[in-house]
Design a protein around this ligand. Structure first.
Ligand code: HEC
Ligand code: HEC
Length: 411
C-alpha cells in the first residue's frame, strides 16, 4: 500500500471510492502491510533518544486500508516502551488501593470493554458512562464519549489516574509518590524502564508511565475481522450478512454517514492526516419531558459548550468488534445489538415512565439522519448479522495484547 493512497481515499469522505480502493488493495492480494515508519521527529532534551544498538525504526503491522497511527513527537514508538506499557496497562499497583488496572475495565476478550453498563472505579464509585473499546484507539481524533478537548491518549490517562469525578485509580497529590515508589522498587520494572527510557532522569516517573501505556495503546489495532478478510477475498459473507452490508452502506439505513472510515466512525485521524472534523450527534436516545434534555451528567457535547444545539450529541463510536462490546451507548442503556438496530429503525427511543420519560423520536435536537432511517424487521436482522462480521478474533486473543500477570498464575 502506498502511504499516499490510504490517506487520500480516507479523507475524501466518499464512501464508494473508499470501499472501491479498499477492495482494489484486496484484489491485489495485499494481506498484511508492514510500513516501516521512520522516527524522524526531533527528540527534545535527548529524553527518548535511542542509544546505539537500539532500532531507530518502529514497524507497524497494518492491514490493507489501515494507515499508520498518529504518534506525538515527544513519545515516539519503540518495542521496549510498548513491552513496558503492556505490563503497566495490567498493573494493579498503579491504583491507590491496588484494586484496579486499566485492564480491569478494558478486557481484551471484550475488545477492551468491561461488559458493564457503567464502569466501576477502584473505590467502588460508579462511572456515569460505559467503558469504551480500545480497538484502534490510536486513530481517534477526540477521546471518550463526548469530549472535544481531549485529543491525546497521554492526556486522557491523567483523568483515569488522578481524576476524582469519579475516582478510577484514585491517585492523589498526597499518594502519587508512594504509588510510583511501588513500581520503582520492583527490579523488573527498573530494568524495563531503563530499557525503554535510557536517557530519562528519573526513569520511573508518572510521565514515563503514561508514555509507555500510550505506546502500548497505539498497538491495539484491529483490522482482521471476517469483514476485512472478506474484502481481501479470504472469507465469504452469507446472504443475510451481505444484505446487511449493502443496507449498512446504503441510503435507507444511513449508518455509514456516521459510522464511516476504515474504523467505522467519522473521526479518524492518522499519521499525516489533516485534523478530522470533530463531529458529535444526537441519536434521539432521550428527550426528557419533551425538552430535548439528556440526563445529567451525560448531556454529551453540551457539558462542554452549554449550547442548546449540543444537547445529547455524542461521538459516533467505532463499530469494530461491536458483537462483543454489549451493553451499548454512552450509558450502556441498550442491552443488545438487536435492540440498538430496532432503536434506529424507530428513529429514537420512547421512554414512557420514570425520571427520564420522553419520546426521543420527537427530540428537537435529534440528527435529521436518524429520522430518515427506514428498516423492516428482516433488514434489521441482516444489519445485525453484518455487524457481527466486524468481530476480529485474532485481536481478541492476540498474546501480545494479553495480561502478562494472568499468564504467570494461569495453568
Ligand atoms: C473504572 C473503569 C476504568 C478504568 C480503571 C480505566 N478505564 Fe478507560 N474508560 C473507562 C470509561 C467509563 C471510559 C469512557 C469515559 C468517558 O466517556 O468519560 C473510558 C475511556 C477510555 C479511553 C477513551 C477511548 C475512546 O474511544 O475514546 C481510553 C483511551 C481509555 N479509557 C484508556 C484507559 C487506560 C490507559 C486506563 C489505565 C490507565 C484506563 N482506561 C482505565 C473506564 C475505565
Ligand atoms: C447521525 C449519526 C449516526 C447514524 C446515522 C447512525 N449512528 Fe450509530 N451511533 C451514533 C452515535 C453518536 C452513537 C453513540 C450514541 C450514544 O452513546 O448516546 C452511536 C452508537 C451506535 C452503536 C452502539 C455502539 C457502542 O459501542 O455502544 C451501534 C451498534 C450503532 N450506533 C450502529 C448503527 C447502525 C447499525 C446504524 C444504521 C442503522 C447507525 N448506527 C446509524 C451515530 C450514528
Amino acid at each position: 500500500m502506498s502511504r499516499a493512497q490510504g490517506p487520500r481515499v480516507l479523507r475524501s469522505g466518499a464512501l464508494g471510492r473508499f470501499v472501491a480502493s479498499w477492495s482494489r488493495l484486496a484484489a491485489a492480494g495485499v494481506a498484511v502491510v508492514g510500513i516501516a515508519y521512520a522516527l524522524s521527529w526531533p527528540v527534545g532534551g535527548g529524553a527518548s533518544a535511542a542509544p546505539a544498538g537500539q532500532p531507530a525504526r518502529w514497524t507497524w503491522e497494518l492491514t490493507a486500508g489501515f494507515p499508520p497511527p498518529r504518534v506525538p513527537a515527544d513519545n515516539p514508538m519503540s518495542r521496549r516502551k510498548v513491552a513496558l506499557g503492556r505490563f503497566l496497562f495490567y498493573e494493579k499497583r498503579l491504583s491507590a488501593n491496588r484494586a484496579q488496572s486499566c485492564g480491569s475495565c478494558h478486557v481484551q476478550s471484550l475488545a477492551f470493554t468491561d461488559g458493564r453498563a457503567q464502569a466501576i472505579g477502584s473505590t467502588g464509585q460508579v462511572h456515569p458512562r460505559s467503558s469504551q473499546s480500545l480497538a484502534n484507539v490510536g486513530y481517534h481524533a477526540t477521546l471518550t464519549w463526548a469530549n472535544p478537548t481531549l485529543v491525546s491518549l497521554e492526556r486522557q490517562m491523567e483523568t483515569v489516574i488522578f481524576g476524582d469525578r469519579p475516582v478510577e485509580f484514585g491517585v492523589t497529590d498526597r499518594t502519587k509518590r508512594a504509588v510510583l515508589a511501588r513500581i520503582a522498587r520492583d527490579p523488573r520494572y527498573r530494568r524495563m524502564f531503563a530499557a525503554a527510557f535510557p536517557a530519562a532522569k528519573p526513569r520511573v516517573s508518572w510521565v514515563n508511565v503514561i508514555k509507555a501505556i500510550a505506546s502500548f495503546e497505539r498497538t491495539l489495532i484491529s483490522g482482521n475481522s471476517t469483514y476485512d478478510r472478506y474484502l481481501r477475498g479470504r472469507a465469504e459473507l452469507d446472504a443475510s450478512e451481505t444484505r446487511g452490508k449493502d443496507l449498512f452502506f446504503g441510503e435507507r439505513a444511513e449508518c455509514s454517514h456516521c459510522h464511516t472510515s476504515f474504523n467505522f466512525n467519522d473521526q479518524a485521524v492518522y499519521a499525516g492526516s489533516r485534523p478530522a472534523p470533530r463531529l458529535f450527534h444526537n441519536t434521539g436516545l432521550y428527550n426528557i419531558g419533551g425538552t430535548g434534555a439528556f440526563p445529567v451528567p451525560n448531556r454529551g457535547l453540551f457539558e462542554f459548550t452549554s449550547r442548546p444545539a449540543d444537547m445529547g450529541r455524542f461521538r459516533a463510536p467505532s463499530l469494530r468488534n461491536v458483537g462483543v462490546t454489549a451493553p451499548y451507548m454512552h450509558d450502556g442503556s441498550i442491552a443488545t445489538l438487536e435492540e440498538v438496530v430496532a432503536f434506529y429503525a424507530a428513529g429514537g427511543r420512547n421512554i414512557t415512565e420514570g425520571p427520564n420519560a420522553g419520546d426521543g423520536r420527537l427530540s428537537p435536537f435529534r440528527s435529521s439522519l436518524i429520522s430518515a432511517i427506514s428498516l423492516t424487521p428482516q433488514d434489521q436482522a441482516d444489519i445485525v448479522a453484518f455487524l457481527r462480521t466486524l468481530t476480529d478474533r485474532r485481536f481478541l486473543t492476540d498474546a501480545r495484547l494479553s495480561d502478562p500477570f494472568a499468564r504467570r498464575t494461569g495453568g
